[in-house]
Design a protein around this ligand. Sequence first.
Ligand code: GLC
Length: 522
Amino acid sequence: MAEPAWWQRGAIYQIYPRSFADADGDGVGDLRGIITRLGYLSALGVEAVWLSPVFASPMADFGYDVSDYCDIDPTFGTLADMDELIAQCHAAGMKIVLDWVPNHSSDRHPWFVASRSSRDDPKRDWYVWRDPAPGGGPPNDWLSTFRACGSAWTLDAPTGQYYLHSFMPEQPDLNWDNPEVEAAMHDVLRFWLDRGVDGFRLDAIAKIAKDPLLRDHVGAARRHDEDWETIHPRLRGIRVVVDEYEDRMIVGEVALQDLHRVVSYLKSGDQLHLAHNFVFAELEWEADGFRTSIDDFEALAEGRAWPAWFLANHDKPRVASRFAADGQGPRRARAVALMLYALRGTPFVYQGEELGLPDAEIPVDRVVDVDGRDPERAPLPWRRPSAAGPGGGFTTGEPWLPLVADAERLCVEAQDEDPRSTLALVRRLAALRAEFRVLQTGAQRSVDAAEPVLAWLREDASDRLLAAVNFAAAETPLGVGDGAGGRGTLVLSTDPDRAEGEVDLGALALAPSEAVLVRLPR
Ligand code: GLC
């Protein structure tokens, strides 16, 4: 394989800016806070950072409701701060990826304010407006992604029509069937590309292509509110804009449960570079399911689509909580880290996963999100609350969400001093990935191992590495068969009690939830 691109080499680290680091003491993270922590990210060996939205927003969906795509919300700072962040990331050898929200704007965006002002407004058709159904009520049976919001339609009484919102009513869907909308959103990309950003995460991207006839789901063979055929020309249009600039990358939030469809967004080479794979991200903790999902992607990709792996983000329970059965959460968080870095493809690490954080407990009177996602959005604990105060080094003020209960033990400061910590493990994984080219670009194949072990080989002309994960909460023989038997050198284990060095694979038993990386003779 040729020299890998930056977005293939190492991990892309997701920053949820509200919760990363607060420089001005208002309890909400900001761009200057991120700038002060770039050293931490550099030491973690991340290749790039992706920032959840920092654009002007009324914050109904905490930034995913954008009222000006070309400005920074004062909560986060200024355009000058963003310019400095871009420059400092680059100076530290890291790329920076922004979150582009093309499917919907805020209801306060001037485009929507104009659109809703009258049926004859030139911007009316920039959003999706329809008359009520013949008997009254919403035009069709589409639902908001957020259960609490119910119908995807809200009636605007003054003009007597409904508008579509795939998410909150405060997030009206833009009408991508209107070429003016497409052109305006392309200009947003150029605005940030001109300022030097290296790529975009494309929010809810399958939603920008809907059945233009707005037909009901019920009775239909498939959903009509996303992933319509028009998605492909629209992705190509986006890619053309990005390719006007050198060495940029787009990763789509392709929230579909059909891997064929996911791969179709990637494989042609002129659409997305990377896709967040929600088939993988929503698996149960079970070796066979993981193996099938990994192999299916490789088979469908036929070497023409580059994989990306994630299990956590700002919308999903954290790994340590989600896979917490049998008290294995913290150990499984470590195993997942090894998996992400050792699979062929780009690892996406959500802030705090490198600390093995669990979800925070949010008392009812502190709940702020419409869809139950506060626990995974708790601020990052940087320092021991006993020394730094209740803000745990995240803020000197009152944090907008409570920190995890065990911040004293799980904070960066504590883990930084402990060679057995999850933070130390993730730093090591990043270093190994940088050192062993085979982890970046080597071929991959699954190795026969009995449930509950997942094992795979990475190979290139100079190295052979075996990776294995014990999905059980009990000790389990590695038990690998074909081609991987014999002796090897244990390079890394997620179990801090495991000694490194020579191992006999036939005799190796994995500890509960242990994952290992073993170098095999070439
Ligand atoms: C994506 C984001 C999520 C947001 C939604 C609407 O799924 O990840 O946080 O609420 O899109 O923009």
